[in-house]
Design a protein around this ligand. Structure first.
Ligand SMILES: Cc1cc2nc3c(=O)[nH]c(=O)nc-3n(C[C@H](O)[C@H](O)[C@H](O)COP(=O)(O)OP(=O)(O)OC[C@H]3O[C@@H](n4cnc5c(N)ncnc54)[C@H](O)[C@@H]3O)c2cc1C
Ligand code: FES
Length: 510
């Protein structure tokens, strides 16, 4: 079992992967490239640069794979989740074509790495099927088919129904040559290859300060400093950027269940419906049976606290469509960053030194976006041209995405009203073990948690990023910020940015 993050739930991948044996950075070092974050984006970048002979150091404040890469459902797809119709509107026909080309290339790259490095990670080529949610009409399928073809995916076809015996989906789109894998076993393979090529990985090492320049400097929590020619911040959402990127992407929590079903009772493929939020499905084999993995029920981070109801709705949705479902064996959730124009931000960090790079804005496609990050950043760092550079540039502003930009930022501005509202509870005695809530304390707000032993922990409820008030996530036992998605353990330890410091302890209430 591999589990080292702050969330209470456990994904199927954590249950079925070994815990890597990694240690912390103990002395200051110099390297060519320092990469912060050992998820798919950081480790793919590290692996590809290591292959080219660059000396690479990877730092992570947990263990590798302890971030969202351990909580994904690992569909590897070029069936863009914001749709090619939308990509054309936002990025033009050429932008949509490059989007399709880059995601297709990312799937091929994963397949090539798996075979070159002989990584035993359940990699499998499968078809993907997009089918209609009840509220949508066939026009959506026809329009997306035409847009996919214009984007260069000429093998996408309309079929009479997705190959699900128990569910007549009606007409669907078939995307050939999609893939799936076990993300943590894949990361383990990348890590072994990186170490073989001379790369170094240090876990349990929090990057506290990141500065570009010559050399770049990364200060870490226990004192040692890494100096390098180049620094890559692959922390899922940048912890070195206070504002620029965070107004251009919005954090959403998404939920997953794993239902045990009889072996081979559902055709092995990736499936999505067109709902908003949409459902996403795939299969994973376990001893003697299959697990049908079903995700959806997304909401903006910190703006709902009803995870158990969302799991129940996912289960009901699944049982109605897959009556052979047995028990729900897995329940977990995670966070995705939704960029306002659908595409990840990969490249030089805006308003920073030229040798600081970021990869973020993964949306529901972080497996391919993370792999694209590896391909694109290794080209930029090695001084090569890459034709995806402008498409993914973190500095880009697409005028057509301004309505989405405005709506997400009005939502953020609205969160500051939490300063003047009452608390969720009036007295700590209202909290049962395992619960958390916000209390008003004079003019301040305090995040109060009662642990399973009955002891009460008090923290400032003010997010150290830009000062929004955090809220309690009872499913994951975390404090989540509704503004830009910083997340903290029940004890206040930061484990997802953009905040890069913990919630401050409050000794006594006034
Ligand atoms: C439920 C769910 C389902 C998903 N399904 C899919 C899917 O089917 N297909 C798909 O393509 N994508 C999917 N995604 C998205 C995808 O999983 C993510 O986008 C991707 O894993 C992100 O990878 P990453 O490398 O950017 O970040 P992460 O994997 O989160 O890695 C970032 C790392 O940075 C470390 N870190 C952070 N701050 C610091 C610091 N200050 N110092 C040191 N280390 C630090 C963290 O510990 C972490 O290990 C899904 C996501 C979720 C949550
Ligand atoms: S994440 Fe920006 S204020 Fe909390």
């Amino acid at each position: 079992m591999m589990k080292d993050d702050s969330q209470a739930s456990t994904s199927i991948w954590m249950t079925t992967a070994d815990t890597p044996s990694q240690s912390r950075l103990k002395e200051s070092i110099r390297t060519d490239v320092c990469i912060i974050g050992a998820g798919i984006a950081g480790l793919t970048t590290a692996y590809l640069l290591g292959r080219e002979g660059r000396s690479v150091v990877v730092l992570d404040d947990g263990l590798s794979g302890g971030g969202m890469t351990g909580r994904t459902t690992a569909h590897l797809t070029n069936a863009f989740d914001d749709r090619y119709v939308e990509m054309e509107k936002l990025h033009g026909e050429e932008g949509a074509r490059l989007t399709a080309e880059s995601h297709t290339a990312a799937i091929e790259k994963v397949s090539q790495i798996v075979s070159t490095e002989n990584i035993d990670c359940d990699f499998e080529w499968v078809d993907g099927f997009l089918f209609l949610a009840p509220e949508h009409s066939i026009d959506l399928i026809d329009d997306e088919l035409a847009a996919s073809h214009r984007a260069g995916l000429v093998e996408v076809e309309k079929v009479a129904r997705a190959p699900i015996e128990s569910l007549d989906t009606g007409a669907a789109l078939r995307f050939p040559r999609q893939a799936q894998f076990h993300p943590l076993k894949y990361l383990d393979g990348l890590m072994k290859a990186l170490l073989r090529d001379g790369g170094r990985m240090f876990a349990l090492t929090h990057a506290t300060k990141i500065e570009g320049g010559s050399p770049a400097r990364v200060e870490t929590s226990h004192g040692p400093v890494v100096t390098s020619d180049v620094v890559v911040v692959a922390t899922n959402t940048p912890v070195n950027d206070r504002v620029a990127i965070h107004t251009k992407q919005a954090p959403y929590v998404t939920y997953v269940i794993g239902m045990r079903i009889p072996k081979d009772s559902v055709t092995r493929a990736l499936y999505w419906d067109t709902g908003d939020p949409y459902h996403y499905l795939r299969l994973q084999r376990e001893n003697g049976y299959d697990v049908l993995i079903v995700g959806g029920e997304d909401h903006k981070t910190g703006q709902a606290n009803d995870g158990q109801e969302r799991f129940a709705r996912l289960e009901q949705w699944t049982r109605q469509r897959f009556p052979q479902s047995l028990e729900a064996q897995y329940h977990w959730s995670g966070q995705v960053m939704e960029p306002v124009d659908g595409l990840a931000f990969i490249g030089r960090n805006p308003l920073d030194d030229d040798n600081v790079y970021i990869a973020t804005g993964d949306s529901g496609q972080g497996m391919t976006h993370g792999t694209i990050a590896g391909m694109l950043l290794s080209d930029l760092i090695q001084g090569r041209k890459n034709r995806w550079e402008d498409l993914y540039s973190p500095s880009r502003i697409r005028l057509k995405s301004l309505p989405e930009y405005a709506s997400e930022n009005i939502n953020v501005a609205g969160q500051y009203a939490d300063y003047v509202t009452a608390g969720d509870i009036k007295s700590e005695s209202e909290l049962r073990p395992g619960e958390g809530a916000i209390m008003r304390d004079g003019v301040s707000k305090v995040a109060v948690h009662r642990d399973q032993n009955g002891d009460v922990h008090r923290l400032s409820a003010v997010c150290p990023h830009l000062g929004c008030i955090v809220s309690w996530n009872s499913t994951e036992q975390t404090w989540d910020c509704p503004c830009h998605g910083s997340r903290f353990s029940a004890e206040g330890r930061v484990y997802q940015g953009p905040a890069n410091t913990d919630l401050s302890p409050v000794e006594e209430m006034k």
